[in-house]
Design a protein around this ligand. Sequence first.
Ligand code: UD1
Ligand code: CA
Length: 379
Amino acid sequence: MKDLRTIILAAGKGTRMKSETPKVLHKISGRPLIDYVLEVAKAVGSLKICVVLGHQAEQVREHLGPAVSTVIQKKLLGTADAVKCAKEFCREYRGDVLILCGDTPLLRKESIRDLLQRHRRQKAACTFLTAVVEDSQGYGRVIRDGEKKVLAIREEGDATFDEKKIREINVGVYCFQSELLFKAVQEIGLNPTKKEFYLTDIIALFVQQGLMIETTQTDTPQEGLGVNTREGLAIVGSFMRENVLKNLMEQGVTIIDPLTTFIDHTVKIGTDTIIKPFTVIEENVKIGKKCLIGPFAHLRPETRIADGVEIGNFAEVSRSSVGEGSIMKHFSFLGDATVGKKVNIGAGVVTANFDGEKKHRTSIGDEAFIGSDSILVAP
Ligand code: UD1
Ligand code: CA
């Protein structure tokens, strides 16, 4: 594998989130935004990763832990300035540098692999990812000449009326030859409109210097969507949910109504299981084959459901395992329980697992019949 280092830009203030939590620590499917980006960076072979932090850096650094390097951008002077802050990170390094943004959790490793491959094959100075979108407002537009050669990236504030009509946008993912990047980034001038140093100005600079620029285009434009607002968080979240459900359906799971089904990306479900509407399935739940889940079921973290189990409406299962062929059809709660095979859990059964201080386990053997409205007090 070729040498690769990655810089993730995440110093931005996230003002529009109106939050005390740093933007990149806002969660989708229970996971901070930055974790998705880190995962992609690792998956494409980054040997070292550096995250540029600014606003509420301490909190983010604490989350990232010691394995990821961080640098602080003292003043938020723009994306080019953020890259400059990572100069030390790439000292005496001659390989490729990948630049990502911390607020784009939908990025796909496949697109980045494509981009790296193109960059390396063409021996380009810079390769960046573009997308053709319906509404390009707010994004940097890709300016090309008559031969489709890239000339520049033009930011919204500087685009002419005609340039604003361009629908090919800069996603914000770039690969550079390290030395060329850090040399050119020094030469970028202050943008007069926004009083910031734009990394995107590097493209025109490279063109002037006769350096080769390549692009790859994603066929799933939503992967470039960044989270800037709470609305964005919900929109990106719904795309992510859609992807999770699509994958499950491809693997042979029936999801009756994807719009009202919420399944965490870590969940595993066997073939021919049917998930009925208004169901929420959280982290690390495993469900076997031929189960019927929902409507209105809530499976909480670490739950294990064996094959052929039925979990009906208003049933909550938390940190529990349910054995093959067991049935729990209405209004029940299992918490910290181990349930054997072919058990019947009647309507209204509750495991009282919490005594106010500690949680206790309930164990139910094979073929037990637990009558309606029973409270099982553990231990
Ligand atoms: C940027 C691109 C734009 C592209 C878009 C894609 C520039 C000038 N423009 O615009 O072409 O279409 O992303 O989403 O780069 N950041 C810092 N320090 C700073 C400023 C920003 O670390 O001083 C970080 C932010 O935290 C964020 C990323 O850089 O993760 C992008 O910055 P943002 O201000 O969101 O850029 P856009 O206006 O979205
Ligand atoms: Ca952004």
